[in-house]
Design a protein around this ligand. Structure first.
Ligand code: AMP
Ligand code: MN
Ligand code: MN
Ligand code: MN
Length: 277
């Protein structure tokens, strides 16, 4: 099945409106789609309606920002969530609330290295109500001509250890898994190959996630290398995680892979969607 269970709209840092994202997924042959905006669920009603209108099976989703250890940020995707669940709604609101102060601190750091006006500049690219993310800063820095693409902005200014990066306390792993489960969904570790974690640290993350009742990992992510994908297939089997398949599409020209264009899941894995549809 061409399931694509990780994507973004203008409700967070994607470039397409929820309905346009759904139509692109349908046109690309997606057979089951989840919209998973960062810490945000307000795009879901529009996406659901568009999916129903074009006959595309759809799952409510969210990608929750989580702090792990000293200064590692993990992303936990919730799939098949009830987007009216009060614990989930309140938890996400708290996580979103932290973003504005963080953005102002980021702008302060960027100012020190000669990039001025980054807060209002980034805000222009965020939606309304604004969910401001590093992607919006990246678009502003491309706009003012310092580098030609957003990936280069991360390399120079926004990745951990670069001048515009600020540490930030997100949700805990425990909270994120709990909110997703209270909302009746399955919890999935997003793009495990992307974290700057040693093999040992990744095993610690998986062990903690499993102990909390975490359900699945993204074995296939559009943001991971083929080697990562193969390694994660092994780890999913070893830890007994369900397997997800996820482009992490953000928009034309700003993503590693287009929506619905992932390879099939490797053999010997249980697809997470087998528990969701
Ligand atoms: P934030 O939640 O504000 O920290 O922003 C995280 C988002 O920034 C991710 O979801 C990606 O969309 C984007 N991002 C992170 N690292 C990179 C990178 N190296 N290149 C391009 N986009 C990135
Ligand atoms: Mn993003
Ligand atoms: Mn992510
Ligand atoms: Mn994502």
């Amino acid at each position: 099945m061409n399931a694509d269970l990780h994507s973004h709209s203008t409700a967070s840092d994607g470039l397409l409106l929820p309905a346009d994202l759904v139509r692109r997924a349908k046109a690309n042959g997606v057979e089951l789609l989840a919209l998973t905006d960062h810490d945000e669920i307000r795009g879901l009603p529009e996406a659901r309606a568009a999916a129903a209108a074009c006959g595309l099976p759809f799952l409510n989703g969210v990608e929750i920002s989580v702090s792990w250890g000293d200064d590692l940020t993990l992303h936990i995707v919730g799939l098949g969530i009830d987007d009216t669940c009060s614990e989930l709604v309140a938890g996400l609101a708290r996580v979103r609330d932290g973003r504005d102060g963080r953005a102002q601190r980021m702008a302060g750091e960027l100012d020190k290295v000669g990039i001025h006006g980054a807060y209002p500049g980034a805000l222009k690219y965020a939606g309304n109500p604004a969910l401001i993310s590093r992607s919006h800063f990246a678009r502003y820095i491309v706009e003012i001509g310092l580098v030609k693409d957003t990936k280069s902005v991360f390399d120079h200014w926004l990745a951990k250890g670069k001048p515009g990066y600020v540490a930030h306390p997100w949700a805990t792993m425990d909270e994120a898994v709990d909110w997703v489960h209270k909302a009746g969904g399955l919890a999935v570790i997003a793009h495990p190959g992307r974290y700057r974690a040693s093999r040992r640290e990744l095993r610690r993350i998986f062990t903690a996630f499993k102990a909390l009742g975490g359900d699945a990992i993204e074995v296939l992510s559009g943001t991971q290398s083929d080697a990562d994908n193969r390694e994660l297939a092994k780890m999913a089997r070893e830890f007994g995680f369900l397997a997800s398949r996820a482009s992490d599409f953000h928009g034309p020209g700003e993503s590693w892979i287009d929506i619905g264009k992932m390879p099939p899941l490797p053999e010997g894995l249980t697809p997470v969607w087998s528990k969701l549809v």
